[in-house]
Ligand binder design. Structure first.
Ligand code: GLU
Length: 431
């Protein structure tokens, strides 16, 4: 042996800075772009966000003091149509996160064939410590700050983490007051029914996720009612998924919220958990279950796992220990690319966020169409149109996955990127 030979060792992975959420979104994009051999020009256009607005604004609090908040509105693409996407209120909101979420909205709208590009907004705030009055002041001022982007034919917000129909009502009113005062219902979706909201919108993300799970079960020959389900997140989306799956006979054995999780291997009575949460503001210490941490919850022995909380929950660290055979991403970005590779190698099916949670924006689209026509559809009509779109989209993604031998996430991205690239190509470059 030549003792003088130097062996060059790559620096270990943990020396690298962790990729940001936007890095992750771009990595997923590039993986799919490679599969279809997307040309470099189109890659350059689609891998950046078209508009990024950051705003710092004062809000007068109930005690008379003034606090300054930071918010963002980002439009990733407006090639297919107006940009669409929710607004979240969370203390950890960053521009990088909002950019990633905006890009995912573009792909999400394309996956289900909606005539929208993607956008996202957020304010760095813990809304749980604000009074209703402070929340309203913050919402109205933030809306004013980003109003140069908003409009029923330019950029249409919707609820996301910690925002709800009331917040949408304030956005609608603020925008409308800037435009003469008559309500402009199509400027926002997820608003109260009274103001032109759509039947079925509140439950749409959760219901759409269940339609996705049902279609996956039909395709992969899984008997859904006999499955044991774990749901991470018990907000609007997670609680709806848990409720519907419970009602069709699944055993929902674990659920969690931001305070922690609960587990009962015999199944939780979800209506009782909902009643408990309404009373206690959390599900922790629910009497007929044992408490578990959010980390333990993800690794419970179950068949279907539904992450319905925040990003980056399933990582290379816990992916080897996930026991579910099917993961339905009701949240945006819950799985990192490293975890994706591990899950794929382990044969675990992942219904990707840009498909699995697209029910929300799909019914937002229905709401927008109804608002533009001043006409309303029945809940049955909304749900059956949603179901058809979720089934057809699954079949298209599944077909692409077989054609290119890739996971469903890459397959969904392939279809989305092809569609958005086509809009961009056919419209051409101005001037
Ligand atoms: N915030 C939801 C999402 O991430 C809904 C967006 C919308 O309806 O515009 O898909």
């Amino acid at each position: 042996m030549d003792g003088g030979t130097k062996v060059l060792v790559d620096s270990p992975a943990h020396d690298q800075p962790a990729p940001s959420l936007y890095d992750i979104a771009v990595e997923q994009f590039n993986t799919a772009a490679d599969v279809i051999g997307l040309d470099d020009d189109m890659r350059r256009i689609l891998s950046v966000c078209k508009r990024e607005l950051a705003v710092n604004f004062p809000v007068e609090m109930d005690d008379g003091t003034v606090q300054v908040f930071t918010g963002y509105r980002v439009q990733h693409s407006i090639a297919p149509g107006p940009s669409k996407g929710g607004i979240r209120y969370h203390p950890d909101v960053t521009l990088d996160e909002v950019k990633a979420l905006a890009m995912w909205m573009t792909w999400k709208c394309a996956v289900v064939g909606l005539p929208y590009g993607g956008a996202k907004g957020g304010v760095r705030v813990n809304p749980k410590v604000l009074s209703q009055n402070e929340l309203q002041n913050l919402t109205r001022r933030y809306t004013t700050e980003i109003s140069m982007l908003l409009g029923p034919h330019s950029d249409i917000p919707a609820p996301d983490v910690n925002t709800n129909p009331q917040v949408m009502a304030w956005i609608l009113d603020t925008y409308s007051m800037h435009h003469g005062g008559v309500a402009v219902p199509a400027v926002v979706t997820g608003k109260p029914l009274l103001l032109g909201g759509s039947a079925g919108r509140l439950e749409a993300t959760g219901r759409g996720c269940v339609f996705a799970i049902e279609q996956a079960c039909r395709t992969y020959d899984i008997d859904l009612p006999s499955q044991r389900v774990v749901v991470q997140g018990f907000g609007n989306v997670g609680s709806t998924v848990a409720q519907i799956l419970h009602s069709i006979g699944c055993r929902v054995i674990g659920v969690s919220d931001s305070h922690g999780g609960i587990y009962n291997p015999n199944g939780l009575d979800i209506p009782s958990v909902l009643a408990y949460k309404r009373q206690m503001q959390t599900i922790v210490d629910f009497p007929e279950a044992e408490n578990v941490t959010n980390e333990e919850l993800l690794e419970l022995d179950c068949d279907i796992l539904v992450p319905a909380a925040l990003e980056e929950q399933i990582t290379e660290e816990n992916a080897p220990r996930i026991k579910a055979r099917l993961i339905a991403e009701a949240a945006n970005g819950p799985t990192t690319p490293d975890a994706d590779r591990i899950l794929y190698d382990r044969g675990i099916i992942v219904l990707p966020d840009i498909y699995a949670n697209a029910g929300g924006v799909t019914v937002s689209y229905f709401e927008w169409v109804q608002a533009l026509q001043s006409f309303s559809w029945t809940e049955d009509e909304v749900n059956s149109r949603l179901q058809r779109i979720m089934i057809e989209s699954f079949m298209a993604i599944h077909e692409a996955a077989e054609q290119y031998h890739v996971p469903l996430r890459t397959a969904a991205l392939v279809r989305a990127i092809q569609r958005v690239a086509e809009f961009t190509r056919v419209r051409g470059i101005y001037p």
